[in-house]
Ligand binder design. Structure first.
Ligand code: ADP
Ligand code: MG
Ligand code: MG
Length: 208
């Protein structure tokens, strides 16, 4: 995929994330303060506006994702603004200069993004955060770097969804969900759901 195709994929993803606001809000109402859907909607609306602006002309795919991360960070707020902003900023920086988006590039973005998210928030897999979906997708991506993107992305997105599903069984270590203790069991972490949805929609775009 070239930069223009990546741009179209992320515009589609942004529109779908905006539509997911009620689902994400409902999840955060169960385990948090109910604002996650609103935050994601605000962030991806800002991205939609950016991607529809002809003056936005990043020079390469790394620069593209870095700027998306910056946009999320400044527009979203909350824990997830810093976390998802960091994912795309650090992920984008790790692929600076790249002009072709393939499985290897996606693996770098997810794995470097995961490391940066860990540095920022210290959440490990099993702590009931978006890291459970991110780590699962990054691990699968690193096993599929020589596959075609169209074959790898469904599996990467599937792993993220499985990682998000697993958060239902977890007790939280961070944020408001921590205060719920065992009452959080049975509920998916909203940030993990968002992470899984982002990859799901990227995949939906490239399969059509
Ligand atoms: P807030 O908690 O400030 O209301 P949101 O509701 O938008 O922010 O986002 C909550 C999500 O942020 C959680 O579901 C979780 O996935 C993610 N999150 C919170 N803290 C961390 C952390 N330290 N590391 C990674 N992700 C985190
Ligand atoms: Mg919240
Ligand atoms: Mg909040």
């Amino acid at each position: 995929m070239n930069l223009l195709q990546v741009r179209k994929m992320m515009l589609f993803t942004a529109q779908k994330m905006i539509e997911s606001e009620p689902t994400l809000t409902a999840l955060d109402q169960l385990v948090g303060d109910g604002d996650h859907g609103i935050g994601m909607k605000r962030g991806f609306t800002a991205i939609m506006v950016l991607l529809q602006d002809e003056k936005f002309q990043p020079t390469n795919i790394g620069d593209f994702f870095t700027q998306i991360g910056t946009k999320l960070m400044i527009s979203m707020g909350g824990a997830s603004g810093a976390i998802f902003g960091t994912l795309f900023r650090a992920g984008g920086k790790s692929i600076t200069g790249v002009t072709e988006f393939d499985s290897d590039v996606l693996s770098k973005l997810l794995n470097e993004g995961w490391q940066a998210v860990y540095q920022r928030g210290k959440a490990k897999p099993g702590d009931k955060t978006m890291v459970d979906a991110l780590a699962a997708s990054a691990t699968t991506a690193s096993q599929l770097t020589s596959s075609k993107l169209i074959d790898a992305l469904p599996k990467i997105a599937q792993s993220a969804m499985e990682g998000a599903e697993k958060t239902k069984q977890m007790i939280a270590v961070f944020g408001r969900t921590k205060n719920l203790g065992e009452r959080a069991i049975g509920h998916m972490d909203p940030g993990a759901a968002s992470m899984a949805y982002i990859l799901k929609y990227m995949n939906e775009y490239i399969q059509t």
